[in-house]
Design a protein around this ligand. Sequence first.
Ligand SMILES: Nc1ncnc2c1ncn2[C@@H]1O[C@H](COP(=O)(O)OP(=O)(O)OP(=O)(O)O)[C@@H](O)[C@H]1O
Ligand SMILES: [Mg+2]
Length: 254
Amino acid sequence: MEIIALTNQKGGVSKTTSCVNIGTILAEQGKKVLLIDLDSQGNLTSILNINTNDNTIRYTIYDCLCNTIGLSDAIVHTEFNVDIVPSDLNLSNADIELLNRNNKECTLKKLIEKSYLDYDYILIDCNPSLNLLTINALVASNSFIIPLEASILSIYGLNQLIKIVKLIQKKLNPGLKNMGVFLAKVDSRSTLSKEFDLQLKEIFGDKLFSTIIHQNTAIVRSQINRKPINFYDRSAKGYKEYLELTKEVMKRGN
Ligand SMILES: Nc1ncnc2c1ncn2[C@@H]1O[C@H](COP(=O)(O)OP(=O)(O)OP(=O)(O)O)[C@@H](O)[C@H]1O
Ligand SMILES: [Mg+2]
């Protein structure tokens, strides 16, 4: 089972969009996929057309982390061939509630271990900060993927994340791997300068995914319609690019 965290403390870089689309395209490729919404904004949950106020939804990831609910009891099947552990605003209390617990950084890891889940992939959608929830995601994962905005400033911001990853690798999860970094939401009209391109290659080397995800209105529309891109418009450039990225993710996995 490959457990991958999509993470970047910068907001709006397409962590959630990538989690939804890579997840449902992995399912399309025959893989069994669980998505975990680890953000109190609950965007992943809403895009997959799940409403935690609906009385068929009994538990969220908050109940698993902070109460005694098992992960399996919170799993919801979606209409898009992936399962999800949903989230909502309650999750914003988790950081404080977990604070005084022993092994607070390992809460999610233990939940996953205890549940004997049968999935090929678990993708974790992180929130835009380096808080205890994000640390829990990185401790529970085999690897992480960083969606990156195409600007030099967003690269500078990664130092903090890399520092935390190193600490986690040293103390809590020695096996944690950087699967790679990809550029997302790139404006097709702007050609990335040669200089920037070289800098990216110099910094990330073979960690840089070959696929670039461009800005694509079909992606935005698919989310308004609460669907992943492969269920909304398979002719869209956004679908083709996410398919390529997903194939790279499959190749880079264990
Ligand atoms: N390829 C794309 N083309 C156009 N718009 C996109 C694309 N990818 C993401 N977006 C839009 O960018 C915004 C941010 O995307 P998303 O919510 O996936 O980022 P995020 O990193 O999860 O944000 P947060 O840090 O708030 O969790 C959303 O409005 C989304 O619709
Ligand atoms: Mg998000």
